[in-house]
Design a binder for this molecule. Structure first.
Ligand code: NAP
Length: 290
């Protein structure tokens, strides 16, 4: 069996077109342009690429975006003042602080300083708590994008065995919560999991977000499973690879995301969705689900 390829680039393009359409309507009906501020501290090259892609995607969808670039030696107080100013800025509906921050800055304190309704990454404890309690407001972009991918495949989640490998606050934990709320029976694995292969083999839906190339291979996949590879690793060949050994996994899975061109583009598309929804909420309207 050769798995169906889940084309994240294509799906993200269609979502971004839907966002652009809704942005136009928001402008026409309410004179409101959704605005995103991206804060980058320091000069990490990977972060600069991510940030540039996010700002460009905003412009293409008709959103307003601002890049606030601060030097690597920025103090915590200066950064918090910047966040405070953006919190008060009515042209800004979403604030994203690019992580990781340089050593010496507390990402936790910075995230908690963002007004929860402008926290388009969905990392603020109040947004995490709302998601946990089944009343999601802002859903973290990467797991939100994965749910959109599963929806596009009509993957049955009620009663399905879902296994999430990796339990970070930004991917694994919210991913597990969303799958649980969709009715799946969820196993969340971390670095202490005893027999990772056995856990993975039970999965109808397998989401891998560790950051280690090839941690999951075809032998660990149930035939026909849907495999979502969140990992991004720079391989010895200089190219980007996922956490899943693609060649072997593809022979067993029913559907699989490639890296690149899978989850990555969806993460950016969902950032635009979250910014649009934050702008809609600022008008007191319930966002229309895209
Ligand atoms: P992270 O914060 O480093 O978390 C990694 C998680 O993997 C931790 O929970 C860790 O367990 C777990 N882990 C480590 N070794 C493991 C093992 N042998 N078996 C099972 N679990 C293990 O990473 P992250 O921020 O979630 O990112 C994960 C990957 O996704 C990275 O490659 C990152 O670049 C990528 N990513 C991609 C996108 C995208 O848009 N495509 C977005 C975000 C992240 P412990 O909790 O026990 O330490």
């Amino acid at each position: 069996m050769t798995a169906q390829l889940i084309n994240g680039t294509e799906l993200a393009r269609s979502l971004r077109a839907d966002v652009a359409q809704q942005v136009t309507e928001l402008k026409e009906r309410h004179g409101l342009v959704p605005g995103l501020a991206v804060v980058l501290v320091g000069d990490d090259p990977a972060s600069q690429v991510y940030v540039r892609n996010k700002v460009r995607a905003c412009a293409e969808a008709g959103l307003h975006s601002e890049l606030r670039q601060l030097p690597a030696d920025t103090t915590q107080d200066t950064l918090l003042n910047e966040i405070d100013e953006l919190n008060r800025n009515p042209a800004i509906h979403g604030i994203l602080v690019q992580l990781p921050l340089p050593a010496g800055l507390s990402s936790h304190a910075v995230i908690e300083a963002i007004a929860p309704e402008k926290d388009v990454d969905g990392f603020h404890v109040s947004n995490a708590g709302l998601l946990f309690s089944g009343q999601p407001r802002v859903i973290p972009c990467t797991p939100y994008g994965v749910m959109k991918m599963l929806e596009s495949l009509n993957t049955p989640l009620r009663g399905a065995e879902a296994v999430v490998v990796g339990a970070s606050n930004i991917v694994g934990k919210p991913m597990a919560m969303l799958l649980l709320q969709a009715g799946a029976t969820v196993t969340l694995c971390n670095s202490k999991t005893r027999d990772l292969a056995a856990q993975c083999r039970r999965a109808d839906v397998l989401v891998v977000a560790v950051g280690r190339e090839g941690i999951v291979n075809g032998d660990m996949i149930k035939p026909g499973a849907v495999v979502i590879d969140v990992g991004i690793n720079r391989g010895a060949d200089g190219k980007l690879h996922g956490d899943v050994h693609f060649a072997s996994a593809r022979e067993v899975a029913g559907a699989i995301t490639p890296v690149p061109g899978g989850v990555g583009p969806m993460t950016i598309a969902m950032l635009l969705v979250n910014t649009l929804e934050a702008a809609q909420r600022s008008l007191g309207t319930q966002p229309e689900t895209l």
